[in-house]
Design a protein around this ligand. Structure first.
Ligand code: NAD
Ligand code: ZN
Length: 357
């Protein structure tokens, strides 16, 4: 297990194959002072159909289970309110422990529900997608979408613990697995050259969802995020490096109305563009650039998309990561090292955007 330490608190992130089957005693350990606690699970029906047996294996009596519909379009305040009402009906109080069993949608929404229900109750993340295991379940960002934009309402609310069972990744649709792996490649590029090398050399086992290989990749990726976030909880400096590939990645998602590409696929395109930009500045060697692009392609195929390069550049201006009128850009310098720069021009971005189209 890896401990995420922030100035305000610290908690453990457990990563192993088969964790769900021994969940109950692990949860109990989080509550040493209390004789009993009342868990309520929030999940979606498809995930429950696949993994309820494992979850229930260690429970002395079946817990309350609340279902949330599948899909990004349901990550909305209305769904939070509906779940909160169901919690009241189920008798939930401040001793209730919410368990978020699902991908990033269930995790973000349940975390937010926990943040505001009775002004805040504890929760645990049980991430079931690769993206949720390596990214969205860590860092304490919770929230929902507005009609006017993604993740515009939310709060920082850290879970008591994260339990990532790598067995569950076996039932993930292959494109979801590949998309999540692009976030792991990103973790390697920005901070962990060994992880990058491992992913370069073991693509076959990783793409076949081999539990041992995935446990390695998830653990290394989590370590990167835990270290970076731990050093910079509220996103002032270092945490920005996690945004590698995301400046243009977010622009692609917005330009295609979040419909053509999965998030990880857009990030992969954005990473390739960032590499081209770095090479054209002589900030990154051709050799490292080729390694990065080839490794990303090994975890492809990346779907093509249609967008206007100028529009992509315009969209980067709306990126939340832009500070005081300056656009932050994460520039790769070598495999394992990046730098945040503020002097990337629209012309450079335009030619990087063109390199993807
Ligand atoms: P998701 O939650 O929509 O899950 C993807 C699909 O996989 C869904 O259909 C889901 O039902 C299904 N699924 C989940 N686990 C499964 C399993 N084990 N087997 C079979 N099917 C399974 O998508 P996601 O990619 O996990 O998360 C995306 C969300 O995460 C976005 O809303 C994004 O904003 C958010 N996010 C948050 C953070 C953060 O820091 N909080 C970071 C990155 C992304
Ligand atoms: Zn991302």
């Amino acid at each position: 297990s890896i401990t995420l330490k922030t100035p305000s608190l610290s908690y453990d992130i457990h990563i192993a194959a088969g964790l769900l089957r021994t969940l109950y005693p692990r949860l109990k350990k989080l509550y040493p002072a209390k004789k009993s606690f009342r868990p309520i699970i929030v999940t979606s029906e498809n995930i429950w159909a696949l993994w309820s047996k494992d979850v229930l294996a260690s429970f002395p009596e079946p817990p309350t289970v609340l279902f949330h519909p599948v899909g990004e379009k349901h990550k909305r305040l209305a769904a939070v309110e509906k779940l909160a009402d169901q919690m009241v009906e189920a008798g939930a109080d401040r001793d209730t422990l919410l368990l978020a069993l699902g991908g990033g949608v269930v995790g973000d929404l349940t975390g937010f529900l926990a943040a505001i229900y009775m002004r805040g109750i504890p929760y645990v993340q049980l991430p079931t997608t690769l993206l949720a295991q390596v990214d969205s379940s860590l860092g304490g960002k919770t929230g929902v979408n507005l009609a006017t934009g993604k993740n515009l309402i939310g709060s920082f609310h850290h879970p008591l613990a994260v339990f990532a069972d790598t067995n569950v990744l076996a039932t993930l649709p292959p494109e979801e697995l590949r998309a999540g792996l692009h976030e792991s490649i990103k973790a390697g590029i920005i901070y962990d050259p060994k992880l990058f090398k491992y992913m370069q050399a073991n693509a076959e086992a990783i793409l076949a969802a081999d539990p041992a290989a995935l446990t390695k990749v998830v653990a290394a990726s989590v370590k990167v995020k835990a270290e970076v976030v731990g050093l910079d909880e509220k996103e002032n400096g270092l945490r920005m490096i996690l945004n590698f590939g995301h400046t243009l990645g977010h622009a692609i998602e917005a330009a295609t109305q979040y419909k053509q590409l999965l998030h990880g696929e857009a990030v992969a395109w954005g990473s390739i563009a960032a590499v081209q930009l770095a090479v054209s500045r002589d900030a990154l060697s051709e050799e490292d650039a080729n390694k990065i692009v080839n490794t990303i392609m090994t975890y492809g195929p990346l779907p093509q998309f249609r967008a206007d390069a100028k529009r992509l550049v315009t969209l980067t201006a709306g990126d939340k990561k832009r500070r005081s009128g300056r656009r932050a850009f994460v520039l790769p310098k070598a495999i394992g090292t990046v730098e945040v720069v503020y002097d990337v021009t629209d012309a450079e971005l335009l030619s990087a955007a063109n390199s993807m189209l």
